[in-house]
Design a protein around this ligand. Structure first.
Ligand SMILES: O=C(O)C(=O)[C@@H](O)CO
Ligand SMILES: [Mg+2]
Length: 258
């Protein structure tokens, strides 16, 4: 049976961020992920993890100014120094929190912009090497344009080609089932083909981005396929609960005995 990590950016929003750790543990999770820890000292988050017997399986590098629409610095012009500083910030949090992988957002840029593509590649190489020196994986995730308009990395083959070209053992794909379905479909074949380069999986129903089992896909068939493919990592529950987070966790019972 797959293991699930609660995404504390989307789930348990009934509570303030630092209180979501206890809520997730009380709801039976042993692992969490979140987008950004940087509003809080790493030590404060570390205390919440250890007090609640949780591990953190993923978070993102700082994305630039989110409130101004920035969604990563890597491909942006004139932001290389800030980008490199953001890698160091993420690594300092990673060392304290013990996370095994980081997600690097690309930024808003045209996919056909050759200079942006070159900046992105260079940033990716730098971040992957810095992560590797710290024993971490560095992940990239294609995002669909409905949720993230203008995002540079918006195609799973584009991601796979970059990972092959950069040829770093710790540079991997973040396979978000929700984004994959919106961008391409062909879920089971996509998982089978991309599993060798996949470092983390996330789930949500499509198109609502809610609890598994509430959308157009057979999410439980997909979880079974992940088992069959030998995926041994956590699946991040990156969904917006339709109701109270705990009341909406009934979908996990459908996995018992599967
Ligand atoms: O939006 C997603 O999907 C993510 O996993 C985030 O890390 C990027 O916004
Ligand atoms: Mg995701």
């Amino acid at each position: 049976m797959p293991r699930f990590a609660a995404n504390l950016t989307m789930m348990f929003n009934e509570h303030a961020f630092l209180d979501r750790f206890e809520a997730a543990a009380n709801a039976g999770f042993d692992a969490v992920e979140f987008l950004f820890p940087y509003d809080f000292p790493a030590e404060a988050i570390g205390e919440k993890l250890s007090a609640n017997g949780l591990s953190v399986v993923l978070f993102n590098l700082p994305p630039g100014d989110w409130s101004k629409g920035e969604r990563g610095l890597a491909a942006l012009e004139g932001r290389q120094a800030e980008f490199r500083a953001s890698v160091e910030t993420a690594l300092s949090y990673a060392r304290i929190l013990g996370v095994p992988r980081l997600h690097m957002m690309a930024g808003i840029a045209e996919r056909t912009d050759v200079a942006a593509a070159a900046r992105y590649r260079e940033a990716l190489a730098h971040a992957a090497d810095a992560a590797g020196e710290n024993g971490l994986d560095l992940l990239i995730e294609p995002l669909n344009p409905r949720d993230m308009s203008g995002y540079f990395l918006n195609d799973f083959d584009q991601a796979a080609e970059l990972i092959a070209a950069l040829d770093r053992p710790n540079l991997k794909l973040q396979f978000d089932i929700y984004h994959r379905q919106i961008l391409h479909g062909d879920m089971l074949k996509g998982l089978e083909r991309l599993m060798p380069i996949t470092g983390h999986i996330q789930t949500a129903s499509v198109p609502g981005r809610n609890e598994p089992g509430t959308g157009e896909l057979d999410d439980f068939r997909i979880f079974a396929a992940l088992d069959e493919l030998g995926y041994a990592g956590h699946i991040g529950c990156e969904y917006r609960p339709l109701c109270d987070t705990v009341a909406g966790l009934g979908w996990r019972e459908r996995l018992q005995g599967s």
